[in-house]
Write a protein that binds this ligand. Structure first.
Ligand code: GRG
Ligand code: ZN
Length: 320
């Protein structure tokens, strides 16, 4: 009889070094190639460091000053200095400032005015002035306003009606009404409905059935039927299952083993699949997935706001 393969440990020190060093290196191709979405990259790295309990390794003062330097006169934030404002990076900026306890450095109304300017008559949100519509932006808008203590700055009822129209007959959600179900979109729609206290509008069992069907024989989750498993779906699927109270519908140990097998044991960091190259995005979402499953002795992450639970509790209590 063969022995079960030895279970890998989460290499917390190595991942913290990897994230810290990544932020220090300004002489790499990756640094320039990721310039347009750096705001989100900083959010992924900093949140991962908080979950690891290693936030003290980060230069918070420099991060806050850089975030503030990316704000535009209309209130929105760009992905980097000299980049146009967008809802994606505005939410990341607010999340970083929340993590750094620096929300007092900005004017919340200025930001929510920008968010409100992007809402459309049907309740949906454009990502920026160029008009792409996607339920990702509905989530960004609702989460941003709530974290800033201004939940009613947008038309929440219309936003909720639009998101509810994006649920498909298979239980999943798409980026616009009638679009294919995708796990990333399921997160944004379930979390948006949760922010707006409107989860009664979805078919909970059907959505969770679609989500738990995402687990493959490898233990890892995919983003839609017939696609490859990928560590980041440990967040996109699992957060939605967690919000809906159905984490037990997947094999959590098999998923944890899949994530742990994606670690670079020499240099730190986590990749999308075993043996691939690591990056900060998958390192964050792998750690976040483990945190949701209470594995790896990590700080707890909030499945709706994708921030440490302690940070969310402080913010939502002080604004309620
Ligand atoms: C605060 C966590 C957080 C998010 C902010 C940006 C955003 C809101 C949500 C993104 C949701 C989303 C659509 C995630 C999916 C990302 C992804 C892995 C896309 C890959 O799609 P394909 O088609 O991959 O290339 P598959 O796996 O389907 O082959
Ligand atoms: Zn991925």
């Amino acid at each position: 009889m063969s022995l079960p393969h030895s279970r890998k440990a989460l290499l917390k020190e190595k991942h913290a070094e990897y994230i810290h060093d990544y932020g220090q290196r300004e002489d790499t191709f990756a640094f320039y190639a990721t310039e347009h979405f750096r705001m989100s990259g900083v959010y992924w790295g900093l949140t991962a460091m908080h979950l690891l309990g290693k936030q003290d390794m980060m230069d918070t003062g420099a991060i806050v000053n850089w975030v503030l330097s990316c704000q535009h006169p209309n209130g929105g934030f760009g992905g980097s200095q000299r980049h146009d404002p967008h809802l994606l990076y505005t939410l990341s900026a607010v999340q970083i400032l929340a993590l750094c306890h620096a929300l007092s450095r900005i004017n919340p109304e200025h930001i929510t005015e920008y968010v409100r300017s992007l809402q459309q008559p049907d309740g949906s949100f454009a990502g920026d002035e160029w008009g792409e519509i996607d339920t990702r932006f509905s989530y960004c808008a609702l989460s941003c306003c709530r974290l800033l203590g201004q939940p009613e700055a947008v038309d929440v009822a219309a936003a909720v009606r639009y998101v509810a129209r994006c649920q498909n007959i298979d239980g999943g959600f798409g980026c616009t009404p009638g679009n294919e179900s995708h796990a990333g979109q399921v997160f944004t729609c379930v979390a948006a409905l949760a922010v707006a206290d409107s989860l009664h509008l979805l078919d909970r069992d059907l959505t969770c059935w679609w989500l738990c069907e995402r687990q493959t024989d490898s233990g890892g989750l995919n983003g839609r039927p017939e696609k490859l498993q990928d560590v980041c779906y440990s967040w996109w699927c699992l957060s939605a299952l967690s919000i809906l109270g159905r984490l037990s519908w997947i094999d959590q140990q098999a998923l944890a083993d899949f994530i742990l097998n994606c670690q670079d044991e020499a240099r730190g960091g986590i990749s999308d699949r075993p043996e691939d190259m690591v990056d900060v995005f998958h390192t964050f979402f792998g750690i976040a997935g483990l945190s949701l499953m209470q594995k790896g002795d990590l700080v707890d992450i909030d499945p709706i706001y994708a921030l440490p639970k302690t940070v969310v509790a402080e913010l939502l209590c002080s604004s309620c």
